[in-house]
Design a protein. Structure first.
Length: 206
């Protein structure tokens, strides 16, 4: 693999509103060419619910939440983003790297498992990562012209209450958890950097 293909830029963005970030992802993919290095964006969002393309409105949010709702082009159902959650957006040219979509999804899930250890696991028929049946990481991507965007969200140290107004990822009663409640003391910044590093390792050896 050439040096250009191996290069992945990790960009720390801090707390950023959802819709401008979504527009920036779309612009990045629209303007990129065969030589554009892949980028991983690490950030947090102010409170927002996002719904995937096929999301069923019956899954929430319940009326009166006061939290904005945005429908987007990623896969998956409804999820919640808020401060204290690490969001990793994966602007990766899958076609250039010879990575299939299902392979990339598995790569993202495995990166979270490698970060959290053996208690983290997949759940058949329910994308994302779980610990003892509770969801700790949500995943939803979109691939356009062979290039992925959107990504995954890892709950670190956040107010989990807004999840109670939805059926997380379309599953009524789905419990959610976060790394703080698992006794993991690392900050979101540290966990985000480590997660990005794990994923880069997988991309460079795909």
């Amino acid at each position: 693999m050439s040096a250009v293909l191996e290069q992945v830029r990790v960009i720390q963005m801090g707390l950023r509103s959802y819709e401008p970030t979504l527009a920036a992802m779309r612009d990045f993919n629209a303007q990129r060419d065969a030589g554009t290095p892949d980028e991983l964006w690490l950030l947090e969002h102010p409170p927002v619910y996002t719904l995937g393309l096929a999301a069923d409105a019956a899954h929430g949010p319940k009326a009166g939440s006061g939290i904005p709702v945005v429908r987007v082009e990623r896969g998956g159902e409804i999820t919640y983003h808020g401060p204290g959650q690490v969001v990793l957006y994966t602007l990766v040219d899958l076609a250039r790297r010879g990575i299939k979509v299902k392979q990339f999804v598995a790569m993202l899930e495995q990166s979270v498992i490698d970060l959290l250890g053996s208690r983290a696991e997949r759940k058949p028929g329910a994308p994302g990562i779980y610990v003892a049946g509770a969801k700790i990481a949500a995943l939803g991507i979109r691939v356009s012209r062979g290039c992925a965007f959107h990504g995954l969200a890892l709950n670190v140290d956040m107010n989990l209450t807004p999840f109670s107004a939805i059926d997380p990822c379309g599953f009524p009663g789905m419990p959610v958890t976060q790394t703080r409640d698992l006794g993991i003391k690392d900050s979101g910044e540290t966990l985000g950097k480590n997660l990005a590093g794990i994923l880069i390792g997988k991309l460079e050896h795909a």
